[in-house]
Design a protein around this ligand. Structure first.
Ligand SMILES: [Zn+2]
Length: 106
């Protein structure tokens, strides 16, 4: 049942890593830019806030993918990390990196 999953997870991990790198570089560049008007700075601050939130979410997802890949290697992919029950195939289809079942994710 893990046929092809590893490939999907690795591709997703590359995608997320690129997004994280892009956001991190953007935030670093924004932090360095000077001589902005007050309204620019204000806009930048709220942008920065949402970018940091996105970055946190991406990092969390990256950890989940890493964990899911470990589970593929351990042959426990598709088994909930919390309760040990099988994760619904429909959930794995939408979220192939899911490591806990719907009940435990709530
Ligand atoms: Zn569970």
């Amino acid at each position: 049942m893990t046929d092809g999953v590893e490939k999907v997870l690795l591709a997703k991990q590359v995608e997320i890593t690129n997004l994280i790198d892009g956001l991190t570089a953007g935030l670093a560049a924004a932090g360095q830019s000077a001589n902005r008007s007050r309204s620019d700075r204000y806009g930048l601050a709220s942008d920065r806030h949402s970018q940091v939130a996105t970055l946190d979410e991406l990092r969390r997802q990256s950890q989940e993918i890493k964990r899911a890949l470990t589970k593929v290697g351990d042959d426990t992919y598709g088994v909930c990390d919390v309760c040990g029950e099988h994760i619904a195939p429909a959930r794995l289809e939408i979220r192939p990196w899911a490591v806990v079942c719907v009940a435990c994710a709530d």
